[in-house]
Design a binder for this molecule. Structure first.
Ligand code: GRG
Length: 275
C-alpha cells in the first residue's frame, strides 16, 4: 500500500510540475516562489484523497489530475498566506524558511493568490469535465475557500489566537479551516463519478470525520507550542476524540466493503503519525 501512495504522490508531483512550468521569462521570480512551497515536501494528502475516492468510482488518475492538483494548489495557497506576518506569522514551513522570508511579503502574497486562481483555471479548462460538472466543482471549491469556508475558519482562529476557546469555536475552526478542503476533495471527486445518494453521504461523512480528527492530531502534535488549541477535555480527552472521529470515518465507508482498503490505509497512516 505504501508503494501505491508513493507512486501516486510521484504522479501528482509530475502533473503539478506540468501545470506550473514557467512559460514567461519575466515571471521567473513569481514561479520560483510558487514552486518553492509547492515542492517542499507536502504529504499530498488531499490529492491522494481525490485519487483514492476516484478509484471507488472507476475514475482514472489521468481524468482526475486537474482536480487533484487544483486542490493541492488551494492548500498550498492557504499555507503561504497563513504563514504571512499579519496572519499566523510563521517563520518555518516543512523545516524550511517560510515563503515570505525567502521571496518577500509582496511576492509571497502574489504567489498565494496566483496559485488559488490557477486552481480555478485548471478546472475551467479541464477538457474531460462537462460544463455542468465544472459548475458543480467550481461552486463547491469557491464556497470551501470563501467566507463560509477557509477564510471564515481562519478569521475565527486568528481572532481567538491568544485565548483558550470553547469547544464549539474549536469545532467551527477545525471544520472550516481544515476539514472543509478534505470534504470538498472527496465530494467533488465523487460527484464526477455520479454517486448514489448513499455513496455521497458515506464519502462526506468519512471526509468530515477524518478532517476533524486530522486537525485534532495536528494540534496534539503542536501542543507544546499552542496549548490553547487543545480542547478543554485535555490531551487524553483529545486523543479519545481523535479515536471517536476516526472510528466514525471508517464506519461511514463500510458501504464500500472490499473496495475501501486504500481509504482505510490512508486514515491509519495519518492518524497514527507521531510527527
Ligand atoms: C488563500 C486558500 C486561501 C485561504 C485563505 C489563510 C487561510 C484563508 C486559511 C488557512 C487554512 C490553513 C492553513 C489550514 C491548516 C490546515 C492544515 C492542517 C495544514 C497542514 O496540512 P498537511 O499536514 O500539510 O496536509 P502538508 O505540509 O503535508 O502539505
Amino acid at each position: 500500500m505504501l508503494d501505491y501512495f508513493d507512486k501516486t504522490r510521484l504522479f501528482i508531483d509530475q502533473k503539478l510540475d506540468e501545470y506550473l512550468s514557467l512559460k514567461q521569462p519575466n515571471l521567473e521570480g513569481l514561479y520560483e516562489s510558487i514552486q518553492y512551497t509547492l515542492f517542499s515536501g507536502g504529504k499530498r494528502i488531499r490529492p491522494l484523497f481525490c485519487l483514492i475516492v476516484g478509484d471507488l468510482f472507476n475514475l482514472s488518475q489521468d481524468r482526475l489530475a486537474p482536480l487533484a492538483c487544483a486542490i493541492e494548489m488551494i492548500h498550498t495557497s492557504s499555507l503561504i498566506m497563513d504563514d504571512l506576518p499579519f496572519m499566523d506569522n510563521a517563520r518555518v514551513r516543512r523545516g524550511k524558511p517560510a515563503n515570505h522570508l525567502v521571496y518577500g511579503h509582496d511576492v509571497a502574497s502574489l504567489a498565494s493568490i496566483g496559485l488559488l486562481m490557477k486552481a480555478y483555471d485548471l478546472i475551467l479548462h479541464d477538457p474531460q469535465l462537462s460544463d455542468d460538472k465544472k459548475v458543480t466543482v467550481l461552486s463547491k471549491l469557491t464556497h470551501t475557500v470563501g467566507i463560509n469556508g477557509m477564510v471564515g475558519g481562519q478569521f475565527v482562529d486568528l481572532k481567538n489566537a491568544h485565548d483558550a476557546v470553547d469547544f464549539s469555536t474549536l469545532e467551527y475552526v477545525h471544520i472550516h479551516k481544515t476539514a472543509s478542503l478534505f470534504i470538498t476533495s472527496a465530494e467533488t471527486t465523487a460527484l464526477i463519478g455520479n454517486p448514489s445518494k448513499k455513496e455521497i453521504n458515506a464519502i462526506t461523512s468519512y471526509a468530515e470525520n477524518f478532517g476533524f480528527a486530522f486537525q485534532l492530531m495536528v494540534d496534539l502534535l503542536d501542543a507544546h507550542e499552542k496549548p490553547n488549541r487543545i480542547p478543554s477535555c485535555g490531551i487524553e480527552g483529545s486523543k479519545e476524540l481523535v479515536k471517536k472521529h476516526s472510528d466514525a470515518a471508517l464506519a461511514a465507508i463500510d458501504l464500500f466493503d472490499g473496495r475501501n482498503k486504500k481509504l482505510l490505509a490512508l486514515s491509519q497512516l495519518l492518524l497514527n503519525r507521531t510527527a
